[in-house]
Design a binder for this molecule. Structure first.
Ligand code: GDP
Length: 287
């Protein structure tokens, strides 16, 4: 696949340093992944940074992901021994179960504290993930009306606070931002079309062409029904774009196709889930 992203290694170094600092503050990490792209939205460097700190994987945006593939992904994570849960932060579905999963993975930590005679210490949790995966939405849900514990503890940046979200469980109210890893063009493509990468660092037209080509093969019926068009899977993508333009009135004066408008339309429809429930990363045995 030919898909390029212009990016700057300096940003990564800074994000990595910040993440390492933040990780020192917490006992458990929740890595939030986008259920539409569980592989592409994960950051393989996190595992090294975590050491033996327990982690829970939260698959978010399941309302927009292919339910069948989500189940396969859940199984893949379970097979590799990772505690995993699915959440829909836009409605709050699955959030309670996620808190229970955090409490469960934290048990060895609290047991160790008890053996050392440490009591009344809360487990500290941080949500981490690539941009736009839903971290702030989850934090807002968890914080809700819960009480802020104490601001400005050592190591906590000004403005960051701990919030009690369950008995013995404190959440850092600022998420850890993982830098997207898109050296692999396929990963870059997945992050771009789902909105995890700023639009000024890649070519939107290429991204939409690749997206439509992909959807024409894996979810052709959704495309046909949602845009009320017909096409064969072997059809050139530009022709399908033209059909969408006509069906949706993306035309300039004189009936000329407005390709910019089609690009905008397809990206918006995909990102809002209006086109259908799609998962771009295929679950497999070796994830
Ligand atoms: P962050 O950058 O990781 O903090 O992401 P945000 O919390 O700002 O969320 C990014 C966008 O995703 C927002 O428009 C949210 O409303 C949306 N969002 C978050 N969680 C979900 C979800 O479970 N389902 C859907 N459909 N949208 C979500």
């Amino acid at each position: 696949m030919d898909f390029k992203i212009q990016w700057f290694p300096g940003h990564m170094t800074k994000a990595k340093r910040m993440m390492e600092q933040q990780l020192k503050l917490v006992d458990v990490v929740v890595e939030m992944l986008d259920a539409r792209i569980p592989r592409s939205s994960s950051n393989p460097m996190l595992i090294q940074m975590l050491g033996d700190k327990p982690k829970v994987v939260a698959l978010n945006k399941i309302d927009m992901a292919d339910p069948e593939k989500t189940e396969k992904w859940l199984q893949t994570f379970k097979n590799s021994g990772l505690p995993v849960c699915k959440v829909d932060c836009s409605t709050g579905k699955g959030v309670k179960q996620m808190v229970a999963a955090i409490q469960q993975v934290a048990r060895p930590v609290t047991d160790k504290w008890l053996r050392k005679g440490v009591r009344n210490r809360s487990i500290r949790v941080m949500i981490v993930g690539v941009p736009n995966v839903g971290k702030s939405t989850l934090i807002n849900r968890l914080v809700g009306k819960n009480k802020v514990v104490a601001a400005d503890r050592p190591g906590v940046t000004r403005g960051q606070q701990w919030v009690t979200i369950a008995k013995g469980l404190e959440l850092l109210d600022t998420p850890g931002v993982l830098w997207p890893k898109f050296e692999d063009p396929e990963v870059g493509f997945c992050l771009a079309v789902t909105g995890a990468i700023k639009e000024d660092v890649y070519d939107r037209e290429t991204a939409v062409e690749l997206l439509l080509e992909r959807l024409m093969h894996i979810y052709p019926e959704d495309l046909r029904v949602k845009y009320a068009i017909d096409f064969s899977e072997a059809e050139p993508v530009r022709e399908v774009m033209a059909k969408i333009a006509v069906a949706r009135g993306c035309l300039k004066a004189g009936g000329v196709l407005d390709i910019d408008k089609v690009i905008q339309l397809v990206l918006r429809d995909f990102r809002t889930g209006r086109l259908g429930r799609f998962t771009l990363d295929e679950p497999s045995e070796n994830n």
